[in-house]
Ligand binder design. Sequence first.
Ligand code: GLA
Length: 504
Amino acid sequence: MSRALFAAAALVGTCLSATPALARTAYDGVWLFDDTPPNPGVTMMEVTSKGDKVTGRVTTRWYGPVEMQNPRIEEGVLHFTARNINDREHPTRDWSVAIEGGKAHLKGRIWESEVDGLGRPGTAKDAKARAFRFADLPALGAPIPNPLAATPPMGWSSWNKFAEHIDDRTVRAMADAMVATGLRDAGYTYVNIDDGWQGKRDANGVLQPNAKFPDMKALTDYVHSKGLKIGIYSSQGPRTCAGYEGSYGHVQQDAKTYAEWGFDYLKYDLCSGEWFYADADTVKRSYHEMGAALQATGRDFIFSLCEYGRFDVGSWGRDVGGQLWRTTGDITDDYPTMARIGFDKNGNPGWAGPHGWNDPDMLEVGNGGMSADEYRTHMTLWAMSAAPLMMGHDLRETSAETLAMLTNRRVIAIDQDARGIQGKAVRKGGTMEVWAKPLADGRVALALFNRGDAAGSLELTTADAGMATVTNVEDAWSGQSTARLPAAYAVPARGAVMVVLTGK
Ligand code: GLA
């Protein structure tokens, strides 16, 4: 043994005796993952041990570096926990790594993605090449002026019906159907492409659409030629919720691209951005960054904030340039989910009003998962809540019944009332709820909901509308008027009645 080697061995020996556990472990070094599933897209694992202390991280495309918490080697297997975004039930998840045939077998889970992949040994140079590039988040700028959406936005979005299976041809067909059905003339204006349009960035970082959208400018021109407006979708994270390219690190560039393509509306969905922006301050700044970028394009954009109702978004949604903000997780086409959102997760009415609206998510009317009474409740709740009315079905397959429901001008007028008050419950009893929404012309819309599974009946009173006397009662759904309130209203199971009272 050379003197130098002997000295080194002696040193290791000294260290070992001082810290008896580990020297270098079999896990130390860089491990490269090449073909893991895109979500969360593990690219690399780095492990370092010093004495008995192991540290490490797993780098992903969706979330950047995921630090190993409490890494420890037990029976030859490296175990650690990892932060799990905002999952309250599972704030962390257990991960493990085992060396198998010279490769690192990594297993774990983050949010909805299972990780199970083999990593090959790499070098420090590889680690540098695969290092995640963090984007700077600017300080919060001044509130962004917001002249748009004096009433809740109305239109259609691709997500509820088509999810990722959306393409240029279908968007054009929706624009055509919007006109042919009379939905445009009833007030539905925006044709919005949700997740699934994105391709890759070019060498300059400019995001390209995928093959299903061959020419975005031609598409926006087409939709505009129909007297409609058109919307697009992104995330402030590296990946959107469905795993497509997000705007992380490209915020200003993407805003410019949307403006050049001719879009009028952006839904900006937190998704993987939740990893990087995990508190009210950073989430707000991340929305402000895009709000300011849209404003800087000089083009009018409706800015739709999709953050699932977190961080009291209504209290700052306007300041970041938003005209609507989600109050909830995703709606699905079933009564329990729709009712849970519509009754109980439709946002604080105090934040709603002209140019800023609580968004309990898009409509499911026409998708077939609810009965006519349940869909009527859905529309009634959204109209009483001054909610944005974004249809979510295949407009080419709009039945006469669905069309009548979506184009009822009295119901739309309640939703679109210029005063912009979000209605709320004024009385609850058993399965019944009475809601009131004061209107700009002094009338008051009242809704009577039966949340139970059996038909019921209840009276409405002038006091429900804050009135002493009533001179006219108009049924919003049928249009029939009477001079006074009836003794009681029969309401079907899971159904609704909506009337507009004139009086004092
Ligand atoms: C999230 C949103 C949905 C939809 C999908 C797209 O779940 O809340 O409205 O935009 O992402 O992936």
